[in-house]
Design a protein around this ligand. Structure first.
Ligand code: GCW
Length: 677
């Protein structure tokens, strides 16, 4: 039981009868036979996959007699050593691969060993989808950083994780059995994720104790055959916890020596460690500001220790202070630019500032973080959540790529010219050496990994997009459906329809017009709690009163946030008539009777959208039930249970939000649905 969940999109289910297939090569030639090599893994994976998909058991050899057909896997360098093919010059960058299928000769050549494994998974994905076409192409990543972050605590719990306890940690130490860690690395390699930060950004100094460094080394050992590097989050004040130092001042020579020595010790055990992730001076975490040092001085402390080892320091931009709502101009959304823009150019070249996609915190609708437009001399990466913290916690189906694409395709108009977020964060636009993305995933011990079978489309898509931000969310989704659930057209059409309707539906029944997700922000981040959105110190406010609602973030009359964007975007948001409806209440404070460009009033839009969204969620139940004949019982029942919960919870959402604003405003619903009659 649970095997389908564990294998996720790598099930290698037999290709159904009726699919055209051409004859296969007779053997697999892997050009490196060391068992920790991704090339070796590629050979093993091809053997296993072809057996599952096509029922043919190919042998793995280290060479092929001339004239014999083979699937050849190796780096370009390894290949040229054996075959001296001077005509072969595939245009590859780091981690890229070249795939060529000519009848019964298949060549999968990587720029490095990790690229070889990526190519093997690509070929297997083709076979599993019944695609036997002849192809020949190179493919390269959009960015070097394609990481996941796991918010796993050393005690085995996971912050904002919705699939059980950690696969890495338990009771303050690294678990003995790392089978799941290896299986996770296999999934990640197949979507070309190249590193995992294994512990929570709210970090603990105990990670750095010698037996835990040894344990992290064991995790890195099981990741290595999959080309996945290990990275770790650090607790800024560690030196004051594990030595007799009483300071963690980043400019103190003893503190510097501590981090240099610790870093050397870690690299001794994990020579290919990816780097560190640091959350400092954020939500109670210690940082350099305690010593009147800048955030850049804090970041560079670690960057310098990592530099000789080739490591990267990811430094989070999620820095903000508690605020008082009685101040009309107070605005948490401004914090990141206020803190980081003055430091542009002060960060070492192996520092990457990791920026959440919006200026607040993974809400259902946010504008792009303006920080992306304000750091020209600093490498940046975008932080996304695969885990659905504010978005239904895997109890609601939401296919997230359309949300991510809204952000990454946004044109910030830096210097009044095209400046797409996806080109800024990958380093291309400002010509930065580093860039990319971090996806907060938070997989757990549950056999579905994320707590829900359908949520896995988000992990799959995260990797595909991190490789190529121009890829199409629907195509990615349908590859995932075929690999996960098979080839039945009704299954493909239904899951596609449901997935594409899911983000708009959730926005409709949770929070509209840029008001954010009206979830409980004080405790659970789950379920409706509109009253928690005001009179809190967190700065996630709606400023709703009897007559009006919304944050005035204009320069002319509000917090001035809109002025953090380049001029063309600033004026778009400054002017209420050019602000898109879906961000109206993010930027403007208006009466409930204000007319939207759609012609509806704000309050009527709230009522209508909540009813429409809940209806869509309800329709998912019947859609899923129509798939019963084509599904295994285990996955059918598991998803159905969740769809029914979502349908019911969407009604709770609808009624909680519409009644809340009806009571507050006293304005009746034109359709007569809301309130007491
Ligand atoms: O919104 C908050 C989350 C915290 C998280 C924090 C962050 C890991 O509720 O759980 O801490 O964001 O991203 O640092």
């Amino acid at each position: 039981a649970g095997e389908d969940g564990l294998q996720a999109w790598l099930r290698y289910a037999p290709l159904p009868r009726g699919h055209h297939r051409s004859s296969l090569p007779s053997r697999i030639v892997a050009l490196n036979d060391s068992s920790s090599s991704p090339v070796y893994t590629a050979g093993q994976e091809l053997q296993k996959g072809i057996l599952g998909i096509l029922g043919e058991d190919l042998e793995i050899c280290d060479s092929a007699p001339a004239g014999n057909s083979a699937i050849l896997v190796g780096t370009v360098g390894q290949y040229n050593k054996v075959y001296q093919d001077a005509t072969l010059h595939p245009d590859l960058s780091e981690d890229g691969f070249w795939l060529s299928t000519q009848g019964t000769t298949v060549r999968i050549l990587g720029q490095n060993e990790r690229g070889v494994l990526y190519g093997a998974f690509e070929y297997l994905s083709m076979l599993a989808q019944g695609n036997f076409s002849t192809v020949e192409y190179p493919t390269n990543p959009s960015a070097p950083i394609r990481w996941t972050n796991e918010w796993d605590n050393m005690d085995g719990s996971i912050e904002r994780g919705f699939a059980g306890n950690s696969i890495f940690f338990d009771d303050g130490a690294i678990v003995a059995n790392l089978t799941r860690a290896a299986e996770y690395a296999r999934l990640l390699a197949s979507i070309r994720v190249n590193a995992v930060i294994v512990n929570n950004v709210n970090a603990n100094y105990t990670t750095l104790q010698p037996d835990n460094i040894e344990g992290l080394g064991r995790i890195a050992d099981v990741f290595r055959p999959y080309g996945v590097q290990l990275g770790m989050s650090l607790y800024f004040a560690s030196p004051a916890n594990i030595t007799n130092l009483t300071t963690y001042d980043p400019l103190d020579s003893r503190v510097i020596a501590f981090w240099n020595d610790k870093t050397d010790e870690i690299y001794q055990r994990i020579p290919d460690m990816a780097g560190y992730l640091v959350k400092a001076n954020s939500e109670g975490q210690p940082g350099p500001i305690q010593y009147n040092r800048t955030l850049a001085q804090g970041a560079n402390l670690f960057a310098k220790a990592l530099k000789p080892h080739g490591g990267i320091l990811m430094f989070r931009a999620f820095v903000y202070d508690q605020l008082n709502e009685s101040d009309w101009k107070a605005d948490r959304a401004k914090a990141a630019v206020d803190y980081f823009q003055p430091l542009d150019g002060d960060f070492d070249d192996n520092v990457v500032v990791q920026i959440k996609y919006g200026p607040i915190d993974f809400q259902v609708r946010e504008p792009v973080s303006p920080l992306f437009a304000n750091l020209r001399n600093t490498s940046t990466a975008i932080e996304l959540q695969v885990t659905q913290e504010y978005l239904g916690q895997q109890c609601h189906v939401i296919y997230l790529p359309p949300l991510w694409k809204t952000i990454t395709n946004f044109d910030l108009r830096v210097d009044n010219s095209t400046s797409l977020v996806r080109n800024i964060m990958t380093g291309q636009h400002f010509d930065r050496p580093l860039g990319g993305s971090a996806g907060v995933v938070n997989v757990g011990q549950n056999t579905t990994w994320l707590g829900s079978h359908l949520a896995m489309s988000n992990l799959y898509a995260y990797g595909r997009l991190a490789w190529d931000w121009t890829a199409d969310p629907t195509e990615i989704l349908q590859d995932w459906i075929r690999l996960t659930f098979g080839h039945n057209q009704q299954v493909i059409d239904t899951i596609t329809e449901m997935s594409l309707a899911s983000w708009p539906a959730y926005e409709n029944y949770s929070g509209n017009l840029g008001i954010q997700t009206l979830t409980d922000i004080l405790y659970t981040h789950f379920g409706p709690n509109p009253q928690s959105q005001d009179n809190n110190g967190w700065g996630q406010w709606t400023r709703a009163d009897k007559a009006s609602i919304g944050m005035d973030r204009t320069v002319s009359n509000g917090t001035g946030y809109s002025g953090q964007y380049p001029p063309e975007i600033a004026s778009l948001y400054e002017d209420i008539s050019t602000t898109p409806d879906d961000l109206l209440l993010w930027f403007h404070h208006v009466n409930y009777t204000h007319t939207l460009t759609s012609g509806k009033s704000v309050i009527q839009h709230f009522y209508d959208a909540h009813y429409a969204g809940a209806l869509t969620a309800h329709s998912f139940v019947g859609m899923w039930e129509s798939l019963k004949p084509y599904m295994d019982t285990e996955r059918y029942d598991d998803v159905l249970f969740r769809q029914k919960f979502q349908a019911g919870h969407a009604l709770v959402w609808r009624d909680a939000i519409t009644n809340f604003y009806h009571n507050l405003s006293g304005i009746p619903d034109e359709a007569g649905r809301v309130g007491h009659h």
